[in-house]
Write a protein that binds this ligand. Structure first.
Ligand code: PMV
Length: 321
């Protein structure tokens, strides 16, 4: 093993992954579709050392997050048949960690790509995405650029696939951040709890495919309205499972709802704007380049919104060292 580094961008799901077919191998119960974002993600360096360690944004990380990373490296080495050596990991994240802006996606993708380089593995990003999925299912999608799917699994290994590359559909994702605080319920816990207790989880499992199939067809046709409609439905159906869980919980805050309504108001005014939200209170709005300025100023004016950023479709993992 040698020193190596890689960079991965985060991604935002238009069609949500929510629920596991199998916890051990982290197999998704439903298919998801995402856009990889340009210029927001993780750079990770792995160096041979005499013990494992993890530095995140200059801070030594211990406890549960570190255990999860160590377990992932064990799995990486088992799957790729490499000798498990002690590793010092240094990672710099430009995504706010654990806030519903998908930090685990770029983190496990960058770690997978840097480990592959460190062990000089000649695997494609697609093949490596099935390994990244063990760390976090959304990380499988961050291995690839542009618009990416991760199919559902009924027990078999699944990997991400690129549908359309980042240069082939000129859209924007406007991200309204509605808090700087870390989220209270991780996506992992949220999924398990809703799968066990939510009265609408069975409906979610029975209906996700309609949105997934519609979004794939619409993406190939570059039909923003149809992608957007499927995206909003998938988002609201996913969040409904949290509200119908026992006990219930909610990833949204007041500003989340205000932003969603502002997006519908813009649509009534003739803009093509569609929202999504993940396991956190931020609102991400898919739109055409010409609608960015008005969307951005509208979201900025919503009380509680702390920041609004605009993202282009981005590339997949890139080796640095
Ligand atoms: O892959 P995880 O464990 O970070 O879960 C991601 C869950 C959502 O962000 C809510 C949806 C998704 O598909 O990214």
């Amino acid at each position: 093993m040698k020193e190596a580094a890689a960079e991965a961008n985060t991604n935002i799901a238009f069609i949500k992954y929510w629920g596991k077919f199998e916890v051990e191998r982290n197999l998704p119960a439903v298919g998801s579709l995402s856009m990889t974002l340009e210029g927001i993600g993780t750079i990770t360096t792995v160096t041979p050392d005499d013990h494992d360690s993890l530095m995140l944004n200059g801070k030594l990380i211990e406890g549960e997050a570190f255990d999860r990373v160590q377990k992932f490296i064990d799995q990486f080495c088992a799957i790729t048949k490499q000798k498990r050596a002690p590793i010092a990991i240094t990672t710099v994240n430009s995504v706010p960690t654990a806030s519903g802006l998908a930090s685990s996606a770029s983190a496990f993708a960058a770690l997978t790509a840097s480990l592959a380089r460190a062990y000089e593995l000649d695997w494609s990003a697609e093949k490596l995405s099935a390994v990244a999925r063990r760390g976090s299912a959304s990380a499988a999608r961050s291995m690839l650029g542009g618009f990416v799917i991760l199919p559902a699994s009924a027990g078999e290994e699944v990997a991400a696939e690129q549908l359309v590359d980042e240069k082939s559909w000129d859209v924007r994702l406007v991200v309204a951040r509605t808090t700087n605080k870390a989220k209270e319920v991780s996506s992992r816990l949220g999924m398990t709890h809703t799968a066990k207790t939510s009265t609408t989880y069975p409906t979610w499992l029975a209906t996700w495919r309609e949105d997934y199939d519609a979004a794939i067809a619409a993406l190939h046709a570059r039909d923003l309205a149809k992608v957007g409609e499927a995206m909003e439905h998938s988002t609201l159906a996913m969040h409904a499972t949290t509200m119908t869980a026992r006990p219930p919980f909610m990833y949204w805050n007041g500003a989340t709802v205000e932003c969603m309504q502002a997006v519908w108001d813009l649509r009534r005014d003739g803009l093509m704007t569609y929202f999504t939200a993940d396991a956190g209170p931020h609102v991400k709005v898919l739109c055409r380049p010409e609608d960015v300025v008005r969307t951005q100023s509208t979201l900025r004016a919503v009380p509680g919104v702390v920041d609004v950023a605009v993202h282009l479709p981005g590339r997949g993992v890139k080796g640095l060292l």
